[in-house]
Design a protein around this ligand. Structure first.
Ligand code: FMN
Length: 364
């Protein structure tokens, strides 16, 4: 439904854009379309060499703010994924939890791609220095897991969903797919329960949106139109979240004018109420090795959801603000375990794709 507020925002942006001499701002443009094709291309080891093939699929993983905070290297049969601290987001993620979870997402994609190419893998966290995920490859038989086939289709779908419920058998498949050591998935497929939890998400969202450092950092990672997204091939492209495409200078002005706790909380409430359920990824311990495991578990969940035609998007507001996370953990009854990541799931059409940098930029 087009609300009055949406209409005002939409026409306001169009009017300013028109005055600034930008004819039609919603078209994503050739540069963006080319970048989507390059980012999400199917590749094979024979085409690119095995290491480049593995890195390509690894980089298609979900990652916080789409900063792509990873560096890949190869030591014999081991692939090492190190954090790129230059791409950390200290305001949104002061303890680097999401950064390490992002490495876990990449490690899971890489393991699935290795398996499809005929290697069994074992992934371990090496805590030395900033830490790294090390993935050992052992020759085996090529196994095309259905999850691998979903890597090119998975996306975080940040729209309102259509309200349909997900069947118990599909939820059981999601839970089975998400199993990794040290991490448990708690599914909340109950609308009344989500309604009760909504207040917690709103509290955290308000704290984040009213935090000037959080907002400034977020703005730096926003890409306001397809051309800007294609230039950097990272960050959060506005169209992926259903926002209009604008010239960057105008996008920043509109963001300053319109990004408020009120508007963001309304959006969050609609998104949660339209979803079929919540999935909470909980780890036994609160350390980097387990944060990586939460990312692996999420990635497997997301890929299985993709094969089942189920959409998902993060609602980490429940876990990003420590005081709210403590309250959320109490409600879940998880004691000292850490609630790491939260996603909502349900049904909706696909949204425009996020982009990835060429692999040459993430290999050393
Ligand atoms: C650890 C982690 C935390 C994330 N947190 C959020 C979040 O709080 N809100 C959100 O909308 N997306 C969140 N995302 C999703 C990323 O923004 C998304 O993966 C990235 O923009 C790339 O888009 P894609 O997953 O559709 O390819 C998170 C992803 C990861 C791995």
């Amino acid at each position: 439904m087009v609300t009055r507020r949406k209409l005002v925002i939409g026409t306001g942006a169009a009017a300013i854009a028109g005055a600034a001499g930008y004819p039609m701002l919603t078209g994503a443009g050739t540069a963006y379309r080319d970048a989507v094709r390059q980012s999400w291309a199917a590749k094979s080891p024979s085409q690119t060499g095995e290491f480049d093939y593995l890195v390509h699929y690894a980089t298609l993983a979900a990652n916080s703010h789409n900063t792509q905070p990873w560096i890949f290297s190869e030591v014999g049969k081991t692939v090492v994924i190190r954090p790129d601290m230059g791409r950390a987001t200290p305001a949104a993620d002061p303890d680097h939890h999401h950064l390490y979870a992002s490495l876990g997402c990449a490690a899971e994609n890489l393991s699935l791609a290795a398996m499809a190419a005929g290697s069994r893998t074992s992934a371990n966290f090496n805590p030395d220095g900033d830490g790294a995920v090390e993935i050992d490859r052992i020759a085996g038989r090529a196994e095309q897991e259905a999850l691998f086939g979903a890597i090119l289709e998975r996306q975080c779908t940040r729209s309102e969903y259509d309200g349909r419920t997900v069947s118990a058998s599909d939820i059981a498949q999601l839970e089975a797919a998400a199993k990794v050591d040290g991490c448990t998935l708690i599914a909340i497929p109950d609308r009344d329960r989500i309604e009760q939890l909504l207040a917690l998400a709103i509290t955290a969202n308000t704290i984040q949106v009213e935090d000037a450092k959080f907002t400034e950092e977020l703005k730096q990672w926003l890409r306001f139109n397809g051309g800007q997204a294609a230039e950097t091939r990272d960050g959060l492209y506005s169209a992926c979240a259903g926002n209009p495409s604008l010239p960057p200078f105008l996008g920043r002005i509109m963001f300053d004018l319109l990004f408020s706790a009120g508007s963001e909380n309304d959006k969050l409430a609609k998104q949660l109420r339209s979803s079929a359920g919540l999935a909470v990824f909980v780890t036994e311990r609160d350390d980097k090795a387990h944060w990586v495991q939460s990312g692996r578990s999420y990635q497997r969940f997301a890929l299985r959801a993709t094969t089942l035609g189920i959409r998902h998007a993060f609602v980490n507001q429940f876990v990003d603000v420590p005081t709210v996370r403590a309250e959320f953990s109490k409600v879940l009854g998880i004691g000292n375990q850490r609630a790491d990541l939260v996603v909502r799931y349900g049904y909706a059409p696909a949204m425009p794709r996020s982009l990835r940098r060429p692999i040459g930029e993430v290999i050393v």
